[in-house]
Design a protein around this ligand. Structure first.
Ligand code: AMP
Length: 116
């Protein structure tokens, strides 16, 4: 069950600050507090969904598409479409997902090496 007190829910409610990159009524993109690359942005939908499975299963497919369209917009706005980027989402025990609100990591700004 979705935990309304997870840290990203608090960020959405403005109870905790973040370094916003893009925000509107439906989505929020902000800098990761512990960046793993020169550019490390997190993207979250403003809906109570825990992981990718739940997000993709939303009945409102327009919303799902909106989120990924905005992801590309953010990527283009900071020029990562020219230099390259990596998108990651963690789900479940083996992935070590820390925050139980669906999010994507957008990494770039430098050569990212291999996946490991
Ligand atoms: P995950 O392991 O996929 O759940 O990733 C959670 C990410 O959230 C990690 O990369 C953290 O550094 C990041 N994070 C945790 N708290 C905050 C915060 N208050 N502001 C920005 N990023 C955060």
């Amino acid at each position: 069950m979705y935990d309304n007190n997870n840290i990203f829910a608090k960020i959405i409610r403005k109870e905790i600050p973040c370094e916003s990159v893009y925000e509107d009524k439906k989505v929020l993109f902000f800098n990761d507090i512990n960046p793993l690359a020169k550019i490390h942005i997190l993207g979250i939908p403003k809906k109570p969904v825990i992981n990718y499975r739940e997000f993709i299963s939303l009945k409102d497919k327009d919303f799902v598409l909106y989120f990924f369209d905005k992801t590309l917009e953010v990527i283009k706005n900071i020029g990562l479409d020219k230099t390259g980027y990596r998108i990651i989402t963690n789900d479940g025990l083996d992935s070590n997902q820390e925050v139980p609100h669906f999010h994507i990591h957008i990494l770039g700004g430098d050569n990212l090496g291999g996946l490991k």
